[in-house]
Design a protein around this ligand. Structure first.
Ligand SMILES: [Zn+2]
Length: 84
């Protein structure tokens, strides 16, 4: 491929000629302009190729803390009762 300052390539999608410096080759082997680059998505990098998480995070407790043992009083409950 010729490299030059004024080298232009015709976009394989829209048919307009753009400078070589702004053209990119997509995963299909087509030279595309920045408008037809499809936001960087191609055969490999596409949202449909991502694996979604199957964990239901709606049941998770937010800001959970470890359970502490219950406080045990040294004074029995009968000590608080009035004496008859
Ligand atoms: Zn184009």
């Amino acid at each position: 491929m010729a490299r030059g300052k004024y080298n232009k390539i015709v976009c394989d999608v829209c048919g307009f000629a753009y400078p070589r410096t702004v053209m990119k080759k997509n995963s299909y082997g087509l030279w595309v302009c920045p408008e037809d680059n499809e936001k960087g998505y191609d055969l490999v990098n596409h949202p449909q190729n991502k694996i979604i998480s199957t964990i239901d995070r709606s049941m998770f407790i937010k800001d959970a803390r470890p359970q502490r043992p219950a406080l045990v009083s040294a004074v029995p409950v009968s000590a608080w009762l009035p004496s008859i």
